[in-house]
Design a binder for this molecule. Structure first.
Ligand code: PBG
Length: 344
């Protein structure tokens, strides 16, 4: 309780000096006293070169089509996408990840379009590598953008076929490598895909093409806006027989170890925010670089709250990305990447 002496004197400031606690040696606040001091003791840094910018591509030219559930994100035609990537590269972003939004007429049960050498994705990769040879291009390996079933694998009698799907994924990876991809990124969660893809790439002379594996990819509600962007929702059922149960963490480590053995170069945890513990655990268990995917639903939540005036977008985004780094991610895929790069 404050005693009489500490009460404000009439018309003046309270006498606070007398309150100093003698012998309080540890005062953590001394390390927070100015931005200069805070910067000296800061444990985690977010730099532009930690960021990967995911981009959606549609066919055509001069197209910039908004995505309702992802404000300020667009589906770009390849020509516009190249310009956007130039801008991002100028701002210091080292890599982009590409996702094609295809017309339904190009989709079938086995994702035939995924290996078309003149397909939308392949043309976009070539255009990007021509214009920006130093920008790293990451391509997604999974059936869903190409599948009439909207699943990441081949569906037969309501089941997702694992080993049959591996052959499609291997051919898709080779096709993306031929187009010039620096990394192929299997996001499908079929068993054995990293090994099968590594073998196919090596057989075709692409031993320099890297594999960024979505090692621990969860069956998450936070992919909703992405599926809007690509119109790639499963036409029936859900993805729980291949994507991981959100309740599991040990299993993430098992997946990471398998991908390591099969030849992955980078392992990824996805989503990021509800899985910071998984990122931390994976970082502790592997010697490989760890990526985290700050997914579409995480983007949409912040954008929505900011638009309603309920959160300050800029500071909430920085806090989010630093937290993902602090958890252990060496690199982050984020739809905020380009905006953030400007601020860093
Ligand atoms: C599909 C894929 C998905 C995402 C990346 N690749 C969606 C899914 O598995 O249904 C989600 C990314 C995001 O939500 O930002 N293979």
């Amino acid at each position: 309780m404050a005693n009489k002496e500490n009460e404000p004197a009439r018309g003046g400031e309270p006498e606070l000096e007398s309150l100093e606690v003698p012998g309080l040696l540890s005062r953590p606040r001394r390390n927070r006293k100015s931005e200069a001091v805070r910067s000296l003791v800061r444990e985690t840094h977010l730099r532009r070169d930690h960021l990967i910018w995911p981009l959606f591509v549609v066919d055509g030219s001069s197209q910039k089509i908004p995505i309702d559930s992802m404000p300020d994100c667009f589906r770009y035609s390849p020509d516009v996408l190249v310009d956007e990537a130039k801008e991002a590269f100028k701002r210091g972003i080292p890599a982009v990840a590409l996702f094609p939004a295809l017309d339904d007429s190009l989709k079938d049960k086995v994702g035939t379009e995924s290996t078309n050498p003149d397909g939308l994705l392949q043309r976009t990769v070539r255009a990007l590598k021509d214009a920006l040879p130093e920008l790293a291009v990451i391509t997604d390996v999974a059936l869903d953008p190409y599948s009439s079933d909207g699943h990441d694998g081949i569906v037969h009698d309501g089941e997702i076929l694992n080993d049959e799907t591996l052959e499609v994924l291997a051919a898709m990876s080779v096709s993306q490598a031929e187009a010039g991809a620096d990394f192929v990124a299997p996001s499908d969660m079929m068993d054995g895909r990293v090994g099968r893809i590594r073998e196919a790439l090596d057989d075709c002379g692409f031993s320099n093409v890297s594999i960024l594996s979505y090692s621990a990819k969860y069956a998450s509600a936070f992919y909703g806006p992405f599926r809007d962007a690509l119109d790639s929702k499963p036409r029936s059922g859900d993805k729980k027989t291949y994507q991981m149960d959100p309740a599991n963490c040990e299993e993430a480590v098992r997946e990471v170890f398998l991908d390591e053995e099969e030849g992955a170069d980078i392992v990824m945890v996805k989503p990021a925010l509800a899985y910071l513990d998984v990122i931390a655990r994976v970082k502790a268990e592997t010697m490989l670089p760890v990526a985290a995917y700050n997914v579409s639903g995480e983007y949409a939540m912040l954008k929505a709250a900011a638009r309603l005036g309920w959160l300050d977008e800029e500071s909430a985004v920085m806090e989010t990305l630093v937290a993902i780094r602090r958890a252990g991610a060496d690199m982050i895929l984020s739809y905020f990447a380009r905006d953030v790069a400007e601020r860093l």
